[in-house]
Write a protein that binds this ligand. Sequence first.
Ligand SMILES: Cc1cc2nc3c(=O)[nH]c(=O)nc-3n(C[C@H](O)[C@H](O)[C@H](O)COP(=O)(O)OP(=O)(O)OC[C@H]3O[C@@H](n4cnc5c(N)ncnc54)[C@H](O)[C@@H]3O)c2cc1C
Length: 363
Amino acid sequence: MFGASLAWWLARGGTHVTLVDRFEPGDPRTTSGGESRLIRCGHGPDPHYTASARRARTLWRELEAECGEELLVECGLTWLAHRDDGWEARTIATFERQGIPYERLAPDAGARLFPSWSPDGLTFLLHEPEAGVLRAQRAVRALARRAVAHGAELVHAAARPEGAAARLDDGRVLEADVVVWACGAWLGRLFAEHVEIRSTRQELFFFDGGPAWAAPGVPAFVDFDQAIYGTRDIDGLGVKAAPDFDGPPLDPDAELPAASAAGEAIARRFLAERFPALAHSPLSGSKCCRYELSPDAHFVAGPLPEQPSVWLLGGGSGHGFKHGPALAEQVAAALAGTAALPPHFALGARGAGSFLRTAGAAL
Ligand SMILES: Cc1cc2nc3c(=O)[nH]c(=O)nc-3n(C[C@H](O)[C@H](O)[C@H](O)COP(=O)(O)OP(=O)(O)OC[C@H]3O[C@@H](n4cnc5c(N)ncnc54)[C@H](O)[C@@H]3O)c2cc1C
């Protein structure tokens, strides 16, 4: 996502771009290779990610217009708030400042949003009507395709750094005014002295909820405090429920294992509590994927201290997908020297822990 977005953005603006990928863009072994990713503006008190997600929505629409595909399913997204003074309340304050559309609803209103509903334990709902779900793998492929249509060259090869250049496994050495390494979970391995990226195993579960859960108006949902999120049935995959706490380490090159019974039990417990009719729905699918986590969940974007023409880009930390094209626009402006990136994107040591997806705690 990060590399393909930047290639698209730069090539669209007339820059000569070579996009190198060891796999096909959107390969399931990459973090961007899943079927769906949430897009929402809610980022608690953080103004930058909020504005970036909003800008990304516009750019996703521009990409859709270019490629003629529906990549963003604007079904809305509902945050399930357990407290009056938590993440959701802080998100509302940021939305007010930035003019982002939202509705603050009583817990009972969930009954008209979802086919099955229990308001137990909730204080209010924060509904983002213009949020939704991105068709992830298709979006990455569309970006790469459109980058090529704008003149970029797509090269299938594994690369490693060689000074300021990139050496490919076919023997070629690519030199450029700027080389950007946007290698997802592999970034921490290629540049261990500059960036810390943890690769973790995450699990996704899909349940057969019947036709009611495939209706276009059913929103995606996030329970920040209980660290779980999901979507309605999109493209016949089933209702998605995904525990969001950081999973155990998983090497970037390791085979993706099967999802666990323990993970399914967590997803089912949540569904039984919030969407009771789904409590015993058949599992229609499950899978593992990887987060590539920076220590503080902030993105990584910046030049190497000793080689200013070599940039690292990554650290999506389980929330990077939606920002792809907007982050590309920001990085392109930083490369051109016309705008600065947030200082906390810079390379170097970081403290642990801000929460930009959910509270990250197990149920
Ligand atoms: C289960 C799951 C759910 C998520 N949910 C959301 C969500 O709802 N919303 C959201 O916004 N984000 C979400 N994310 C996060 C988001 O998907 C990632 O942050 C984002 O996709 C990261 O993209 P990337 O380009 O940095 O990494 P990747 O997609 O891994 O891309 C890295 C690329 O580099 C290539 N590469 C690596 N090494 C080399 C090399 N040596 N030579 C050549 N090519 C190389 C790879 O082939 C790959 O194409 C989720 C992530 C996961 C795993």
